[in-house]
Structure formats: C-alpha cells, structure tokens
Design a protein around this ligand. Structure first.
Ligand code: CU
Length: 343
C-alpha cells in the first residue's frame, strides 16, 4: 500500500504545480469522453495529438491463494508434489503483489506517440515448511523493468481508430532477489518474486477502437518476445494476449462503465535460475510456470472536465478460466486504479 500513497502524492504534486501555471491554450481543450480510453489495465490503448504530453500513475494489486493444477482446483498435497514425483519441503500459501506504474506519453505528431513506463514492485509470499508447520513471509521490492514504446496511428476516420505499438522492455528490474529461508540463510526467491525478466523483451500490440455516440468498444492483440536468456541463465515465457472491452458513457460523458475480457497465454520458463540450487517449493520450480488464463473485468473511468480532463480510472479483474503448468497459486482477483493527466 505504501507505494500507492507515494504515487498519488507525486501525481497530485505535479498536478497542483501545473494547475497554477497559465494554460490559455488548454482552456479551449475539448471535453474528453470518459470512454475514449480503454479499461485501465490495458496498456498503450490510445495515442495522442501532436505535442500532447500525458502523465499517468497506476497502482495494481494482485492477490493469490489456493492452488490450481492444470485447469482444476488442487489440494495442499498436490502443492507439495514435484512433477517428477517426490515432495517439496516448503509450500507457498499466498502471495500479494503491489505495483506502482509511472508513465509518460509524448506525441511527436498526430501519427507517432512515444511512451515510457517504469514501475516499483512489492511482493510478499507466505510459505509453510511442511516438516514442522512453521510459517515465514518472504519479501522482495524494488524497481521493475522499463518499457519504451512507439505508437503509430494506422487509420483514423469517423468512428474508428487503429494503431500499432512497437516497444522494448529494458531489464532494469532485479532477478537476484533473495530473502531469509527456513534454514536461516539467504536464498534466491522464486521466479514470481523476482522484479524483472532479466532479458530485453520486444513488445508489440495492435489496437482497434470504435466509438459511437452511445457506446464504444475495442480489441487489442499484444505479445511479449524475450531476446535470448538473462544473466541467471533463464528466460521467462513469451506472452500472447488479447483484450476486448465495451463501455457506456453517462453523466454528460464524464463517466463510463466498462466490461472487458482478457485472454493471456504465457509459455513456460526456458532454462532455470542458476542461483536456485535446490528447489524448495513450486515457486522456485520452472515446471510450475506458464499458463493460459481468461479474466473478466468491470471498470469505471471518470474525466473531470472542470480539471482539464484529469482522468481517474478503476478496474476490478477476476479470473474465470485458468490452465496452468504443474501446480501454481491461484489468482483470486486484481485491482487497478490510478490517474492520467494531460499537461
Ligand atoms: Cu496518453
């Protein structure tokens, strides 16, 4: 939660500082519709007009508990069993991940928009040692990977907007996070507790946005491709993802409500972390990585027309279908909230 407050304070500071300045040109800025942006979890969903600058802050929180194996609920016993047979010594019980994402966008012209985004991540995983039932909470926190994107407008006419995004993720997030293990000595945390991918990743997406007078909808297809392997001799799985959403504006277009669905396919980890010498739990096991998941979401966007289109957004995301490799913690829900502001 700590980084949520920091993020809000930072953005409000920027907003208040900027609001004092004179913006005669912005007084004529036309009132934005709340649903001109997608639900808030969807990245690079919109481009800008020439010379526009936008700052954004997102706080994302994901809660995981319970176990899933393949596409079925799994038991504690399943969560202890290695894929090759035999048992893990330690069983993860729940995990919380909080992430603050800071972004900036700048439009070179009406066709090309640049976007940069970085994050601060806090992970917490509660583990149980099977032999004596003792519980330990392991933590990691720090800067995540940094994403540079170029958005290119392909088509804009009438109700329809289409753009593509090409980007590079820089490995600024640590992959050598350690914490005190049950043995009392420091050990390398599992893959999900590391803060970055460790690899340079190619990002790409294509977005179709359709706006009518009474509603809007959109589709985005996106992917992440890892380049080679990282310094710890592994690569996270590539990602293929699609999002669809629909939204209805009301309250003189200042507010919109959205429903959305995401399909995400992430491949298994390639190679294995060279500092994980003995695999204590499925969290450190590459066989327990990668999944196919379908989520449903409900969201609210609100644009304050009297605050030069300051935008607030909230989204609640719930998995409805999961198919994982081996056994993994089950995602319970995800919350995304934040603000965007045009300078
Ligand atoms: Cu923007």
């Amino acid at each position: 939660m700590k980084n949520l407050y920091l993020g809000i304070v930072l953005i409000l500071t920027i907003f208040c500082t900027d609001a004092k300045a004179d913006h005669p040109e912005h007084d004529e800025v036309k009132k934005m519709r709340a649903d001109t942006h997608a639900p808030y979890s969807i990245m690079t969903d919109h481009y800008h007009k020439k010379n526009e600058i936008m700052l954004s802050y997102r706080w994302m929180s994901m809660q995981m508990d319970g176990y899933i194996s393949g596409s079925s609920d799994a038991s504690y016993t399943d969560a202890r069993t290695k894929q090759s047979g035999g048992n893990y010594m330690v069983v993860p019980q729940e995990m919380d991940m909080d992430m603050s994402m800071f972004g900036a966008m700048y439009a070179l012209n009406d066709d090309i928009t640049f976007a940069i985004m970085t994050s601060y991540i806090e992970n917490e995983m509660k583990m149980k040692r099977h032999s004596d039932g003792s519980i330990k909470t392991m933590r990691s926190s720090g800067i995540g990977d940094t994403k540079l994107n170029v958005l290119t407008r392909l088509y804009e006419s009438g109700d329809i907007k289409i753009h593509t995004t090409t980007g590079l993720s820089l490995p600024t997030g640590s992959i050598s996070e350690k914490d005190t293990m049950f043995s009392g000595s420091k050990g390398t945390l599992g893959y999900g507790m590391q803060l970055g991918s460790g690899t340079y990743d190619i990002l790409s997406s294509t977005t179709y946005f359709h706006t009518n007078s009474n509603y809007s909808f959109g589709v985005q297809i996106s992917g992440v491709k890892r380049i080679g392997e990282n310094s710890k001799e592994y690569a996270l799985g590539d990602i293929l993802q699609s999002n669809i959403w629909g939204a209805i504006p009301f309250n003189e277009n200042q507010t919109s409500i959205s429903v959305g669905s995401e399909f995400k396919f992430q491949e298994k980890i390639d190679g294995s972390h060279k500092d994980i010498s003995s695999i204590m739990s499925f969290a450190q096991d590459k066989e327990a990585s990668g999944y196919k998941r379908i989520d449903l979401s409900l969201g609210i966007n609100h644009v304050f027309h009297n605050l030069r289109n300051l935008r607030f957004a909230f989204e609640y995301i719930k998995p409805v279908y999961n198919d994982v490799n081996h056994v993994q913690l089950e995602t319970d829900f995800e919350i995304v909230l934040g603000i965007q502001y045009n300078l």
